[in-house]
Design a binder for this molecule. Sequence first.
Ligand SMILES: Nc1ncnc2c1ncn2[C@@H]1O[C@H](COP(=O)(O)OP(=O)(O)OP(=O)(O)O)[C@@H](O)[C@H]1O
Ligand SMILES: [Mg+2]
Length: 340
Amino acid sequence: MQKTAIAASIATDHLMTFRGRFADSLIAEQLDRISVSFLAEELHIRRGGVGGNIAFGMGSLGQHPILVAAAGQDFADYRSWLERHGVDCESVRISDSLHTARFVCTTDDDLAQMATFYAGAMAEAREIELQPVAERVGGLDLVLIGADAPEAMRRHTAECRERGFRFIADPSQQLAYGDGELIRSLVEGAEYLLTNEYESHLTEQKTGWSAADIAALVPVRVITRGKDGATIHVRGEEPVQVSAALVENPADPTGVGDAFRAGFITGLATGLNHERSAQLGSVLAAFCLESVGTQEYRLDRGAFLQRIAVTYGDDAAAEIDPHLVIHRSHDGSTALPVGP
Ligand SMILES: Nc1ncnc2c1ncn2[C@@H]1O[C@H](COP(=O)(O)OP(=O)(O)OP(=O)(O)O)[C@@H](O)[C@H]1O
Ligand SMILES: [Mg+2]
């Protein structure tokens, strides 16, 4: 089995709802001495962080991705969840003193939000070196470098370039915060650049690179466009469009980008071509969209293949079928994963 490292954040989301309007409790003249508290009605705690989400998705598709990230002492439950889904967590660094990164958000009846992000242990991801990870697992075939503490992303990217590890640049949220210099340092030397459409413009704007400049630097660029699917640009070839998969009941769009990546990389790791890999990613994104949360979808092999067939045709389903390892069948039984 191909060895893929997912170097990207681990976090938990604490999501609350407030039945009322924040605006009713805020007094414009008193904002300099603000002290308000809202009685929340519901609390949902969700496992997240892009690294956790992508690794979970790959594990759900039968891969054993190696998660490279930093978390706190409170990681135990989350770790066992990921391990049950086939994720190798041996290279997760556990901080001595800091909690796992946490996003705390309260939403009111107007859908106004008050949120705080605590980075915590995430900052220690910059202490992680990839070479010992490669030695432990017997080499790395591909490394995804996704949103994380910027210094960690910079270090992992530099190490990939130095040691010749093939890597995917997937800076997502950090594109909004990073300057041109940081972004250029994260993209140079990558074999793949993955972004959504908005981020693709941000990348060009902040780096000052044109699409042609990026094509000269990165052999394969994938741009996702929400319900309009994805476009794959391979240097020197005509772009390939992959339509979004059929979605039955959209419930929650969070995590669709990560699910797309999990499916796409699983496709690459199992030897599918770019188009089939993107179709696999699109179908996983559709199942993610139909569930609430980023790691709440449960896959059924038959239903998954059926979705590929109705969206992309029987040929696509027949081609992907032998590459698809989903341990759950219609009756809900789960076969034990086969070792790496
Ligand atoms: N409404 C939709 N219907 C069907 N598929 C969708 C829809 N939205 C997203 N997808 C699938 O998910 C992929 C990624 O979506 P998108 O481009 O919105 O990513 P993103 O903006 O990075 O998402 P995220 O909010 O998770 O960061 C798309 O290429 C598509 O396959
Ligand atoms: Mg995204």
